[in-house]
Design a protein around this ligand. Sequence first.
Ligand code: FES
Length: 358
Amino acid sequence: MTMADHACTGKCPVIAHRKPYYAELRAGRSYLWCSCGRSQRQPFCDGRSHEGTGFLPVRYTAQADGEEVLFCGCKHTSTAPFCDGAHSNLPGGYSDATDGADVPRPDLVSADATGVSRVDGRCFAVSPEHGADLSLRYALRTIVGPSLGAEHQSQFHLRLEDGETPILAAEGVDTILWIMAGNGTIAIGDRSFAVTAPCGAYVRAGEAFRLAAGTPLRAYVSACPAVEALIELAEMPAAFDAAWPDRVVSIDEEERTAMGPRWFQMLVDKRIGSTTAAQFIGHIPRSRAEMHRHLYEEALIIMSGEGIIWNETSAARVGPGDVIFFPRKHLHSLECIAPEGMDVVGLIHPGDNPGVNY
Ligand code: FES
């Protein structure tokens, strides 16, 4: 069941809270999550309030000390006991900050000489082509990575005017590409796939890739977990994991999932072999979401539209081509100020559902 068509099939549980509950767990300890929504000690069962409702608690045993989870508060999740974002599509479940609170916007920060606007903590926005030497046939710039404060993902901006890139690899980790402009081919091991913007592409750990331009290419190349740099290889390794033969994903309106007035479509994810990182495209109408956090690290590429990233004490303007980096558990909001809305492509790691926040 998608969030868009989420509905109770029998008796509805009570909505205890329209957001998930964050919790840090203890290894080996069992937790009884309340599924009926009536417990007086949410999000856990109180041992009696479910009597006669037909609902029973759901047990979860923690795998590790300090395991961080988001227990479902609305009780309409399809991934019990954890939040799947279903609360956003319940009546009154999604609210933009502009619906109510009129909070003054923090001061806007300016970009530095490299095109980076640093806001709170390790959060920043970057214009990848700021100051670029556009006479170069091929260029690769690190825009997200450990040296810039990321812990779980890297991202590189790739520009190829014609010909081919070197043979590239993110040593030992998965690579997820977003082809922003142009067309051509991507060779992965001994296979070759056509790519036409906009589309995503997936290269598994242990494989290498090379892009060839039909028309000038602009691509964003993510590596998960994070690496400091892509390495260049002298020869293309033959390795291609044939267990996962589909490697290019395109936009498909039929695949959209609603999230209140917004929508997203999963692109590269577990369906084609990426089990710990996920790529998606999303649309944000003119609005500002409530301030929120994620348990995943996120990099957002602005496809179209103008916006402002809000943090607690600073904000920055963003526009097409820019990338915003959000650390895990960082309080933020992205405001769209374009009448036609914004389209963004996101890369989350570790995680598989961009609809889950708290
Ligand atoms: S009180 Fe809700 S499941 Fe027990």
